[in-house]
Design a protein around this ligand. Structure first.
Ligand code: PLP
Length: 398
């Protein structure tokens, strides 16, 4: 059975070219980049070459690129870094209700440390309003953190407009662009952001390596202490192979980005149209246009997403319900709830996230495979189109 992977927002396969680039640094080029001898110098050169590639991809200066241990760390470092560095100037943070937990739980942690946080609502498509950001800013606000593109529904936020609001009010803006790299153009100057997070494993690079872009002049406290690496912003011996892989992956991804975005958007739409034509009572989640090219999030009424995932997995198709970090929790997605989706409908949601290896044939296989699974689950479900909706809920959206 050919297995079809449609969970690229959870993680992507490592590209062969990226592995090739990394291998020497896992074998003979094992030097510590801080060592003064030739082993160290070669490792340092490899890191700096990767830094230049990342900087070029973002329109940044190499000195503004800090390598981290993952995307979660980059988000933590951005938010805690500004909060602790600027503690004397204020104590308020702004974010949105649809952020990844790496941002939400960091803000919740800071609340326990005496900071205050505002969690902005979103509209039915998952969009944050720049006017809401403006209204939430006070003279105690240090930072706003609004993601570039949502990992569950793919909605792309108006980050440039939000950045303008923040700039006018003298507040830093961080954006978690972890789902957007290699899918949409990202230029830190055009966007006007101060901090931006990336993670290599979302764009066919290795796991366990990320980037925080820190605009020149922005002061952040480090998370890790104990070394001078990354100009004292991240103490730890660098993951040379991972950093080299990240650099190669971003370079390759940018070369193919435009063509891939067009191809994936067409596949995504073919998948949705195929499903809508064969299955009743389904809803698209996320913005219909302002959305990542390969992301399709759909709610199937009267059944639970976990059942669909298991049915599809047995048929050789890997998808997920919402974020990989929270799937399995059986709680409805906080993103869908924030968008006003009824909890019972949110439970029946599936995220298809398409990537490089997916083809039209894969999409057609899923369109054929899924309807009988949904039909079987609905036949077993206590709810159906004939019975009242849970709690006589009225609208499918609250
Ligand atoms: N932020 C977003 C939007 C994500 O999708 C992810 C990955 O799931 C993360 C943060 C965390 O990144 P990492 O897995 O590199 O820690």
């Amino acid at each position: 059975m050919r297995r079809i992977y449609m969970d690229h927002n959870a993680t992507t396969p490592l590209r062969e070219e990226v592995l090739e680039a990394m291998l020497p640094y896992l074998r003979e080029e094992f030097g510590n980049a801080s060592s003064p001898h030739s082993f160290g110098i070669r490792a340092r050169k490899a890191i700096e070459a990767a830094r230049e590639k990342v900087a070029a991809a973002l329109g940044a200066q190499p000195r503004e690129i800090v390598f981290t241990g993952c995307g979660t760390e980059a988000d933590n470092q951005a938010i805690k870094g500004v909060a602790f560095a600027d503690r004397g100037k204020g104590d308020h943070l702004i974010t949105s209700r649809v952020e990844h937990k790496a941002v939400l739980e960091t803000c919740q942690y800071l609340e326990k440390q005496g900071f205050r946080a505002t969690y902005l609502p979103v509209d039915e498509y998952g969009l944050v309003s720049p006017a809401d950001v403006a209204a939430a800013i006070t003279d105690r606000t240090l930072l706003a953190s609004v993601m570039f593109a949502n990992n569950e529904v793919g909605t792309v936020q108006p980050v440039a407009e939000i950045a303008q609001v923040c700039r006018e009010k003298g507040v830093y803006l961080h954006t978690d662009a972890i789902q957007a790299v290699g899918k949409l153009p990202l230029d830190v100057h055009q966007l006007g952001v101060d901090l931006l997070s990336l993670s290599a494993h979302k764009f066919y690079g290795p796991k366990g390596v990320g980037v925080l872009y820190v605009r020149k002049g922005v002061k952040i406290d480090p998370l890790l202490h104990g070394g001078h690496q990354e100009w004292g912003q991240r103490a730890a011996t660098e993951n040379v192979a991972g950093i080299v892989g990240l650099g190669r992956a971003i370079e390759l991804r940018l070369d193919e980005m435009d063509a891939e975005a067009t191809r994936l958007a067409a596949l995504r739409d073919r998948l949705y149209e195929g499903l809508v034509g064969r299955i009743d009572h389904i809803h698209l989640n996320g913005h219909p246009i302002q959305r990542l090219p390969g992301t399709l999030n759909v709610s199937f009424e009267y059944i639970e997403g976990e059942g669909i995932i298991m049915g599809l997995d047995m048929a050789g198709v890997a998808v997920s319900s919402g974020s990989a970090c929270t799937s399995g929790s059986l709680e409805p997605s906080h993103v869908l709830l924030a968008m006003g989706v009824h909890p019972a409908v949110a439970q029946g949601s599936i995220r298809f996230s398409l990537g490089r290896e997916n083809t039209e044939a894969d999409v057609d296989t899923v369109v054929e495979t899924l309807p009988p699974i949904v039909e079987r689950l609905r036949a077993m479900s206590m709810f159906s189109a004939q019975t009242p909706f849970p709690e006589e809920a009225g609208p499918r959206r609250r």
